[in-house]
Design a protein around this ligand. Structure first.
Ligand code: NAD
Ligand code: UFG
Length: 339
């Protein structure tokens, strides 16, 4: 069976993907510098699956360290999750974001080329569609103008990977454009563990529900949407993880570059998320309506027909599942992986 390197695999999406790959019979190697994660997530994945992971503490920007891993582990494909992802911080510290997020892919490609590893899957984002494309987003639409440096690093990394594949016919690339991942493994053993004040909606909701934060501010209720709050395509992280397994199956058989949206195609508003969370879990989420957050689009969601038709992937989990599993993780781990 093939050996898959997850760069940044100790993080939220990486740890769920590791579990899904191990369950599907793949071997998993993780390289992570734990800048936004903990080795505990890797131990937990081993407990959930009953299988071993080879773990390297390494910075993916260190091409020599990556070459050593490729040589020692005979890697068949890489999934590249490693990077910084806080949109607001990227506006404050653009140079750091460009440096860190672009150096990771450049070093990985150098190391892959030198050691003959030819398959790479990249964690991209719906944000590359920019502000102007009509919804639902389709893979055939052009990348648009991004609204912040984080999003530009996703768009630029896509371009770098496409150019690298053009120059090297042996290189295969899959760009996975995630929509809004939420939820957690149903065991409650792994989940999203943001450091400090959460930037994203669901971890904020769960921290209010568990009493760590007082009140959620809903950013804007005057958008041109049915209830005035922004609508997004929330996807259960376990469905997203299964999408990576399908992408790995595919990349082993196909050459070239392929792009897939991974979303449900169903938008939900911020108010619907809060109401569903309260109903499913029987808990209160104190909230107030505040001003709009700069850079937010009123609404976006995926057309994921291509992933269904080409990869044979589709989502299975409902919004109720997403809310239940997010709460199950938070309740069991009020301080995340910290004791
Ligand atoms: P995360 O922060 O939980 O995981 C990223 C992992 O990469 C962490 O374990 C971190 O320690 C590691 N890392 C960062 N820089 C590194 C480096 N230089 N060397 C080694 N390891 C490094 O984030 P996530 O939510 O799991 O996201 C994974 C990927 O998916 C990211 O690239 C993110 O931008 C992308 N993405 C996430 C979302 C989302 O909403 N969560 C949406 C679209 C795309
Ligand atoms: N929101 C609130 N209050 C909060 C946090 C969020 O009302 O405290 C709202 C936002 O205004 C937005 C919605 O909840 O309307 C979702 O916000 P998130 O920050 O959870 O997600 P975004 O859609 O802004 O962005 C996410 C990821 C990006 C990624 C993008 C597209 O954070 O990395 O999806 O995939 F690029």
């Amino acid at each position: 069976m093939s050996n898959i390197l997850l760069a940044g695999g100790a993080g939220y999406i990486g740890s769920h993907t590791a579990a899904a790959l191990l369950d599907a019979g793949y071997d998993v190697v993780i390289a992570d510098n734990f800048v936004n994660s903990s080795p505990k997530s890797v131990e937990r994945v081993e407990q959930i699956t009953g299988k071993q992971i080879v773990l390297y503490e390494a910075d993916v920007r260190d091409a020599d360290a990556m070459k050593r891993i490729f040589r020692e582990q005979k890697i068949d494909a890489v999934i590249h999750f490693a990077g910084l992802k806080a949109v607001g911080e990227s506006v404050q510290k653009p140079i750091m974001y460009y440096r860190k997020n672009l150096d990771t892919v450049l070093s990985l490609l150098d190391a892959m080329q030198e050691t003959g590893v030819n398959n790479i899957i990249f964690s991209s984002s719906a944000t590359v569609y920019g502000e102007k494309n009509p919804i639902p987003y389709l893979e055939t639409m052009p990348r648009g103008a991004c609204t912040n440096p984080y999003s530009w690093t996703k768009s630029m990394t896509e371009q770098i990977l496409e150019d690298a594949a053009k120059a090297d016919p042996e290189l295969s690339v899959i760009l996975l454009r995630y929509f809004n991942p939420i939820g957690a493994h149903p065991s409650g053993m792994i989940g999203e563990d943001p450091q400090g004040i959460p930037n994203n909606l669901m971890p904020y909701v769960t921290q209010v529900a568990v009493g760590k934060r007082e009140c959620l501010t809903i950013f804007g209720n005057d958008y041109p949407t049915p209830d005035g709050t922004c609508r997004r395509d929330y996807i259960h992280v376990v469905d997203l993880a299964r999408g990576h397994v399908k992408a790995i199956d595919y990349i082993m058989q196909h050459k070239g570059v392929a792009v897939f949206n991974l979303g449900t195609g169903i938008p939900y508003s911020v108010t619907e998320i809060v109401e569903t969370f309260e109903r499913v879990n029987g808990v209160k989420v104190n909230h107030v309506y505040g001003p709009r957050r700069a850079g937010d689009l009123p609404e976006f969601y995926a057309n994921s027909d291509k992933a269904r038709e080409v990869l044979g992937w589709q989502t299975e989990k409902t919004l109720d599942d997403m809310c239940r599993d997010s709460w199950n993780w938070q309740k069991q781990n009020p301080n995340g992986y910290r004791v």
